[in-house]
Design a protein around this ligand. Structure first.
Ligand code: ADP
Ligand code: LRH
Length: 494
C-alpha cells in the first residue's frame, strides 16, 4: 500500500491549524490545510476561549484537508491543544458555559488556597506538577460554588471536548490529564488522595485513554459538514500539544547527538528533558520543574517559561497604539540592538495576564535598576535576550536535577522561525541548537496516528529518526561572550 494520510488538529494559544500528514516507510510530509487565529474574548469580567469558533475552525480545516487527499479519504484524525483548560457538560452532554482561559484572574491566590488544603511538598510528591495557578485542580477550586460546576456531570479537557464533538464519545487522554495536577506520574493513574483532599469528583472525568488508542469515529453530521468520506476513525494522540511537540523532536536516539534537551517555543517556552521516571524531590519542586506525562510512558521533565507570549503581547499593544509593527522588520532591528543591555525574568508569573506588555517589561527593567528599552526594537531585544537566558537556566537546572548531561538542544515550535532567538539560545546555553520543525506538535500528532494505523513501526526513537531523515533542520553553534550570559544570570538571580 502507498503512503496514508492523517489530519492533525493542533490548537495553540495563538492559532489553530489542521495539518495533513502523509506517512509511509521512509516518507513523511506535512502540509497546512487550514490555519485560523485563536482570539480569546473578555466578557463580563471573565476571559474565555471562543470554543465554538475554534470548533468551526476544526471543521473548516477537516473540509480543507479532505480536498487535498485522494477521494477525500483520511486514514484518521488526531486532536491536540494547550493544556489544563476544559469544558463542563451536563448529563445530556451539553456544554455548561464557555471554557475559561487559563490566563483569567479567577485563580489568583491559588497557591495560598491550595496550601491551606495540603502542604505544597505533599502535593508535589503526589503529582510531580509544578505550581501554576491555572492547573486544572486550582481552576476547579476557583469554580467551587458556581452553578456550572454544580450541574456538571462530565469534565472534558479541550482536545477531548473537540474529540467528543467530532465522535460523540468521551475520554480523558492521559498526557493532557497529567497537567490537571490530579494524576500520579508514577502510575499514570488518578491521584485519588489529592482529589479527595481538594473535594474534586473524579467521576467527572471520563475513562483515561492513551496515545494510540482509538477515540471513536467521525459522526455522520461531521462527515456531512466536512465532505469527508467515512468511516474516519479518531485516534488519541499526545493530546497535550507539548506532549506531541516533544514526540516531534527530531532527536537522535542512536547516540549520535547524545542526550538532548528540548525547548518547545510558541506562546510558551517549555524547556527540559525526556525521562523514564519522574523526579519528585523537594529540590525539583523548589525549582518549579514539572513531571508531565509524554508519549510511550515517558516523562516530560520541564519548566514553563513565559515564551513568545511576551513578544505577542508587545505586538498587540503596539498595534493598538497604531504603530503597525512588522515582526520581520522588528526582529532585524532587534538583531542590531545592543546585546544584553537589560534582561527580565521570563519565568515571572507577573507576566501571565494579558495587557500593557511593553510597559510591564520596562517596569521590570526599572525595578531591577537596568536601562529601560528606548524603542520597540530594544524592547524586542530585551524580550529575546531574557527568553534565551531563561532557556539557559532551565536547560542547566534540568540537567542538575535529573542527573542527565545534555549535548544538544532541540528547539521546536513557532520560535524556530525566529533565527535570532535560536542563535541567542545556543549562545546562552553554550550548546549547539538544532532548530526545527516549527510544527513539531503536528508531526508528533501525525506520527502517533500513523503508528496506530500501521503506516510506521517502532518506538519514539524510530519515529524521530523518520523526522530527522525527512525534515530540514537548521544548526546554530554557540558563539559570543559566554561570560556575558553568566553575568546576566547573576543579575537576574540577585
Ligand atoms: P502556539 O502553538 O502557542 O499558538 P506557535 O508554536 O504557533 O504558538 O508559535 C507562535 C509564535 O511563533 C509567534 O508568536 C511568533 O513569535 C513565532 N513565529 C511564527 N512565525 C514567525 C516568523 N515568520 N518569524 C518569526 N517568528 C515567528
Ligand atoms: C503550551 C501549553 C503548555 C501549558 C500551557 C497552558 O501550549 O500547553 O504546555 O503549560 O499551554
Amino acid at each position: 500500500p502507498g503512503p496514508l494520510s492523517f489530519a492533525a488538529v493542533d490548537l495553540g494559544a495563538s492559532s489553530g491549524r489542521v495539518m495533513v500528514g502523509t506517512v509511509g516507510p521512509g516518507t513523511l510530509e506535512l502540509r497546512e490545510a487550514h490555519r485560523f487565529p485563536n482570539r480569546p474574548v473578555r466578557a463580563a469580567g471573565t476571559l474565555y476561549w471562543d470554543v465554538l469558533g475554534l470548533y468551526r475552525g476544526v471543521l473548516d480545516g477537516l473540509r480543507a484537508a479532505g480536498r487535498t487527499v485522494p477521494e477525500g479519504r483520511l486514514t484518521s484524525v488526531g486532536v491536540d491543544s494547550w493544556a489544563v483548560d476544559h469544558g463542563l457538560l451536563d448529563a445530556s452532554g451539553a456544554l455548561l458555559g464557555n471554557p475559561v482561559h487559563y490566563r483569567d484572574g479567577r485563580t489568583e491566590g491559588a497557591a495560598e488556597r491550595a496550601a491551606a488544603v495540603m502542604p505544597p511538598e505533599e502535593l508535589y510528591a503526589a503529582t510531580g506538577l509544578q505550581h501554576q495557578p491555572f492547573n486544572t485542580l486550582h481552576q476547579l477550586t476557583a469554580a467551587r460554588g458556581t452553578s456550572a460546576l454544580a450541574a456538571a456531570r462530565h469534565l472534558l479537557l479541550i482536545p477531548d471536548l473537540m474529540a467528543y464533538w467530532l465522535t460523540g464519545e468521551m475520554g480523558t487522554e492521559l498526557t493532557n490529564a497529567s497537567t490537571t495536577q490530579l494524576v500520579d506520574p508514577r502510575t499514570g493513574d488518578w491521584a485519588r488522595g489529592v482529589a479527595d483532599a481538594f473535594g474534586v469528583d473524579l467521576s467527572l472525568f471520563p475513562p483515561l485513554r492513551r496515545p494510540g488508542d482509538r477515540a471513536g469515529e467521525l459522526l455522520g453530521e461531521v462527515l456531512e459538514e466536512t465532505g469527508l468520506a467515512g468511516p474516519v476513525p479518531v485516534t488519541a494522540v499526545g493530546s497535550h500539544d507539548t506532549a506531541s511537540a516533544v514526540a516531534g523532536v527530531p532527536a537522535d536516539g542512536g547516540g549520535g547527538d547524545g542526550a538532548f534537551a528540548y525547548i518547545a517555543t510558541g506562546t510558551w517556552s517549555l524547556a527540559g528533558v525526556e525521562l523514564d521516571a519522574p523526579v519528585l524531590t523537594e529540590e525539583s519542586r523548589r525549582a518549579n520543574f514539572t513531571n508531565e506525562l509524554g508519549v510511550d510512558g515517558t516523562v516530560r521533565y520541564l519548566r514553563n517559561i513565559m515564551g513568545l507570549w511576551l513578544l505577542q503581547e508587545c505586538l498587540r499593544a503596539w498595534e493598538a497604539d497604531g504603530l503597525r509593527p512588522e515582526l520581520g522588520t522588528l526582529l532585524r532591528e532587534a538583531a542590531k540592538a545592543p546585546a544584553l543591555r537589560s534582561v527580565v525574568d521570563a519565568g515571572d508569573p507577573g507576566f501571565l495576564a494579558p495587557g500593557r506588555m511593553p510597559e510591564r517589561v520596562a517596569d521590570a527593567c526599572r525595578r531591577t535598576g537596568q536601562p529601560v528599552p528606548r524603542d520597540p526594537a530594544e524592547t524586542v531585544r530585551c524580550v529575546l535576550d531574557s527568553l534565551a537566558l531563561a532557556h539557559r537556566r532551565a536547560v542547566a537546572d534540568a540537567q542538575r536535577l535529573s542527573g542527565r548531561e545534555v549535548e544538544v538542544v532541540h528547539v521546536v515550535g513557532g520560535g524556530v522561525h525566529n533565527e535570532l532567538l535560536c542563535q541567542l539560545t545556543a549562545d546562552a546555553c553554550g550548546l549547539p541548537v538544532v532548530a526545527g520543525p516549527a510544527e513539531a506538535a503536528a508531526f508528533g500528532n501525525v506520527l502517533v496516528q500513523a503508528r496506530a494505523a500501521g503506516a510506521v513501526h517502532g518506538d519514539l526513537a524510530g519515529l524521530r529518526s523518520l523526522l530527522r531523515a525527512t525534515q530540514p533542520l537548521r544548526h546554530h553553534e554557540p558563539m559570543g561572550d559566554r561570560d556575558a550570559w553568566r553575568r546576566a544570570e547573576a543579575a537576574i538571580c540577585a
